[in-house]
Write a protein that binds this ligand. Structure first.
Ligand code: SAH
Length: 215
């Protein structure tokens, strides 16, 4: 696992691109500057790793665009020690960004092959995020409640189960919409249990699926 000066230089450029697109949180920019994104892609695609673009990672899935990762992370307003549930582990890149910000990360992936690969890979990189094979619609009742919940796949609506696993004053960030376009939505849970909803622009994610995948 090589992280050369060339990689570091490309990463600096990526940080500036993400900054220019409007991300101001220096901790998030530092995390992007630190995490070796090229190692999350197959090595033959090295030159794509530091472009601000999503990329296929196998099993029909994608690693999100760095700007999108930064945007979702910024909306979550992560504080040191926050317990965060991520639905859709994918490559694990987003989980690492959350961990760099001081979150305790729990992440669920429904594709078994991807789950196995990412769990092993993150441990090898030294990250402590806990990765689970399961259906994100069910959340992780055994570890609830969470301070923040992040869904990194597009869903038609906010799953009720996840709301019940969120602390009062907690936040959920989820892209809501149809298959081809979603609105980045932030929900903030009041102490009365009511969810306040905010829209934050349109994005395009792979769908949050209901069935488990064994391959
Ligand atoms: N956060 C990822 C990108 C996620 S792409 C990263 O940083 O790379 C969306 C992921 O959600 C895919 O890996 C997909 O398999 C997973 N997914 C889709 N439906 C799911 C569900 N119901 N439960 C858990 N994971 C799901």
């Amino acid at each position: 696992m090589i992280d050369s000066f060339k990689h570091k230089g490309l990463r600096k450029q990526l940080v500036e691109i993400v900054r220019e697109k409007g991300i101001e949180n220096e901790d998030i920019l530092d995390a992007i500057g630190k995490i070796p994104r090229h190692l999350f892609l197959d090595s033959s695609f090295l030159e794509f790793a530091y472009q601000d673009k999503p990329f296929p990672i196998g099993s029909g899935q994608t690693i999100s665009q760095p700007y999108t990762v930064a945007f979702q992370t910024a909306l979550l307003e992560i504080r040191q020690g926050d317990k965060v549930l991520e639905i859709g582990t994918g490559s694990g890149y987003q989980a690492c960004v959350l961990e760099e910000l001081g979150a305790k990360v729990f992440s669920i992936e429904r594709q078994k092959k991807l789950y196995l690969k990412t769990k092993k890979f993150l441990a090898k990189l030294g990250y402590k995020a806990k990765i689970f094979y399961g259906d994100g619609y069910k959340g992780l009742p055994a570890f609830a409640p969470f301070d923040k919940i992040l869904i990194t796949a597009g869903a038609p609506k906010l799953p009720d189960t996840l709301v019940s696993q969120l602390k009062d004053d907690g936040m959920i960030v989820i892209p809501i919409g149809k298959r081809d376009i979603q609105i980045m939505t932030r929900f903030i849970k009041g102490s009365d249990g009511n969810m306040r909803k905010e829209g934050h622009g349109t994005f395009r994610f792979v769908p949050l699926l209901r069935e488990m995948a064994n391959d």
